[in-house]
Write a protein that binds this ligand. Structure first.
Ligand SMILES: O=P(O)(O)OC[C@H]1O[C@H](OP(=O)(O)OP(=O)(O)O)[C@H](O)[C@@H]1O
Ligand SMILES: O=c1cc[nH]c(=O)[nH]1
Ligand SMILES: [Mg+2]
Length: 208
């Protein structure tokens, strides 16, 4: 589990408790996803490389540090979309590359329906965004796509994971660190995370 990071932050726990509640309506749900994504990405980017840059403050010339790496945000449609905005506010120069996958309700296997990655990787770090890591099928498929594309450094940033999803990611892609707010108990017979929060896409987009 050394590559799995569960946020220790009390604000994350607090906001997650609000997000889980069935009574939280879509507008509030979207706001919480945005805020949680920003808090989690702070933890997921602690090891990004910086480089020195000479700058002029109003007082004197000095050496400051700027990000050296080009970051790509890769939201898995639909539910991952809600995580983009909060992170983009912190990293406005990040590129956003969408991957469209839905989980077949019967087989629980991911079905790809959208991929508009350019032919060559344009970023040095890819942050996959998806609130839910359930069986792990969607996350594993997205890492497969990004690795085939040529991405070298990939991280997964989510909100709630099931032990089954962590296990699947770690056996398929042990090199990809996982950042989440919480690891829940298990999956139910429909592949939903228990206790979870229900369907993250439906709850954001009001389609339940
Ligand atoms: O780990 P897995 O078992 O693959 O499940 C997780 C996936 O399921 C949800 O997407 P869903 O298929 O509901 O699509 P949606 O975001 O369009 O609602 C979720 O946002 C993940 O992408
Ligand atoms: O609990 C789950 C599992 C998959 N997708 C969701 O949105 N929620
Ligand atoms: Mg869904």
């Amino acid at each position: 589990m050394s590559n799995v990071h569960v946020s220790p932050h009390p604000l994350v726990a607090h906001k997650l408790s609000l997000l889980r509640q069935a009574s939280t309506e879509p507008k509030k749900f979207r706001q919480l996803i945005k805020e949680l994504a920003a808090l989690l990405v702070y933890e997921a980017t602690l090891d990004l490389a910086t480089e020195p840059v000479e700058i002029e403050t109003p007082i004197m010339r000095t050496t400051a540090y700027r990000l050296q790496e080009k970051i790509g945000l890769v939201p898995i449609l639909r539910a991952g979309l809600g995580m983009v905005e909060g992170i983009w506010e912190l990293m406005p120069s990040a590129e956003v590359w969408h991957i469209g996958l839905y989980r077949d309700e019967r087989t629980l296997k991911p079905v790809e329906y959208y991929n508009k990655l350019p032919t060559e990787p344009t970023v040095s770090v890819c942050l996959i965004l998806d609130p839910m890591l359930a069986t792990g099928g969607s996350a594993v498929a997205t890492v497969d796509i990004l690795k085939r594309w040529g991405a070298k450094k990939i991280k997964f940033v989510g909100l709630i994971a099931a032990p089954e999803g962590i296990q699947a990611m770690q056996s398929a892609h042990p090199d990809v660190p996982i950042y989440v707010a919480h690891i829940d108990e298990r999956l139910n017979e429909h592949g939903y995370i228990v206790p979870g929060l229900g369907d993250a896409g439906d709850r954001q987009f009001g389609t339940a």
